[in-house]
Write a protein that binds this ligand. Structure first.
Ligand code: THU
Ligand code: ZN
Length: 131
C-alpha cells in the first residue's frame, strides 16, 4: 500500500499538468487501487467553460480504462491555502465505485483534512437504487 503522504504528494505533483487558463485554479488527484496502483489526474478546462474535466474524473477515468475499478483511497490537492474538496459531481463519480468508508484526503497547501466518502456524500444514488 502506498504511504498516505506519497499519495498526497502524487496529487500535488500532477497539478503541474493542469490546463487551467480560465480559472488558474490547479487541482490534482491521486487514486489508489486495492492492488496498490496509483492513477493521477488534473483538471482540464475548456474555452466553452462548461465541459471542463475535473482532476478526480480524470484519475478515475484513467484507472477504469486501464482495467482497475477497485479503489482504496484518494488524495485531492489544490495549491490554494483554502484548499479543495471534491465537488458534488466528483463525489457521485467516486460513489459509483467506492463505499461510504472510502477515505478522501484533501490537501490545502500542505494541510490535510481526512474525510470519508459517506461524510461528503450521504445517501448517494447507486446501482442498488435503480434495481
Ligand atoms: N475542480 C476539480 O478539478 N475538481 C473538483 O472536484 C472541484 C473543481 C476544478 C474544475 C475547474 O477547473 C477548477 O477546479 C475551478 O472550479
Ligand atoms: Zn469535481
Amino acid at each position: 500500500m502506498t504511504d498516505r503522504q506519497d499519495l498526497i504528494e502524487a496529487a500535488r505533483e500532477i497539478q503541474t499538468e493542469a490546463h487551467v487558463p480560465y480559472s488558474e485554479y490547479r487541482v490534482g488527484a491521486a487514486i489508489e487501487t486495492t492492488d496498490g496502483e496509483v492513477y493521477t489526474g488534473c483538471n482540464i478546462e475548456n474555452a466553452n467553460y462548461s465541459n471542463s474535466l475535473h482532476a478526480e474524473e480524470v484519475a478515475v477515468g484513467k484507472a477504469i480504462a486501464d482495467g482497475n475499478r477497485d479503489f482504496s483511497r484518494i488524495a485531492v490537492s489544490s495549491s490554494r491555502r483554502d484548499g479543495v474538496t471534491p465537488c458534488g459531481m466528483c463525489r457521485q463519480t467516486l460513489a459509483e465505485f467506492c463505499g461510504e468508508e472510502f477515505p478522501v484526503f484533501c490537501d490545502a497547501d500542505g494541510e490535510v483534512e481526512a474525510y470519508t466518502l459517506g461524510e461528503l456524500l450521504p445517501a448517494a444514488i447507486s446501482e442498488e437504487t435503480l434495481e
